[in-house]
Design a protein around this ligand. Structure first.
Ligand SMILES: [Zn+2]
Length: 138
C-alpha cells in the first residue's frame, strides 16, 4: 500500500491509499479519483517542495554535493539547449501539436505554469519539469 497526498482544483488536500503507484495512475487516468470535499476529478498528487537542501543542516553544509548537482543541472540545460527547440511561452501549445499531430519528433523546451504542466500530463503528454540553473555559484 502507498499513501499519497492529493490536491484538488478546489485547493483542498487530502490523503488516499493505493495498492501501488500504477494503480493511482490508472485510476487517475480513468478519472476515478474524486475529491472528498467537492467530488471533482481534477485531483493530482501534491508536489513535494523543491527545497532539497533546506531540510537538514548536514546536507545543506555539504556544498560540494550541491555544486555537483548544480553542475549536472547545468550540463542538462546545455544538452537541452543544444538538442531541443526553444519555444518559450508557446510550450503548452507546441507540446500538444507534437503529441496530437506527430509532425516532428524533435524535443522542445519552454515555459509552462504548474497548471498547464498538470493538464499536459492529464492528456498523456510526456513532459518533465527540471530546475533551470543559470550559473554555478561559489
Ligand atoms: Zn475539491
Amino acid at each position: 500500500m502507498i499513501k499519497y497526498n492529493l490536491i484538488c482544483e478546489c485547493g483542498k488536500t487530502f490523503e488516499s491509499w493505493f495498492s501501488s503507484s500504477d494503480e493511482h495512475d490508472v485510476l487517475r487516468r480513468k478519472k476515478l479519483i474524486n475529491c472528498i470535499y467537492c467530488d471533482s476529478t481534477a485531483v493530482r498528487k501534491s508536489v513535494m517542495s523543491p527545497n532539497l537542501f533546506s531540510k537538514t543542516n548536514k546536507i545543506s553544509k555539504n556544498t560540494n554535493l550541491e555544486k555537483k548537482v548544480k553542475k549536472q543541472l547545468l550540463d542538462l540545460r546545455k544538452y537541452i539547449e543544444k538538442n531541443c527547440k526553444n519555444v518559450g511561452d508557446n510550450f503548452t501549445r507546441e507540446a500538444r501539436n507534437i503529441h496530437y499531430d506527430k509532425k516532428t519528433s524533435k524535443g522542445i523546451y519552454g515555459r509552462a505554469t504548474q497548471e498547464e504542466t498538470a493538464e499536459l500530463m492529464d492528456e498523456g503528454i510526456d513532459v518533465t519539469t527540471i530546475p533551470w540553473v543559470n550559473k554555478l555559484e561559489n
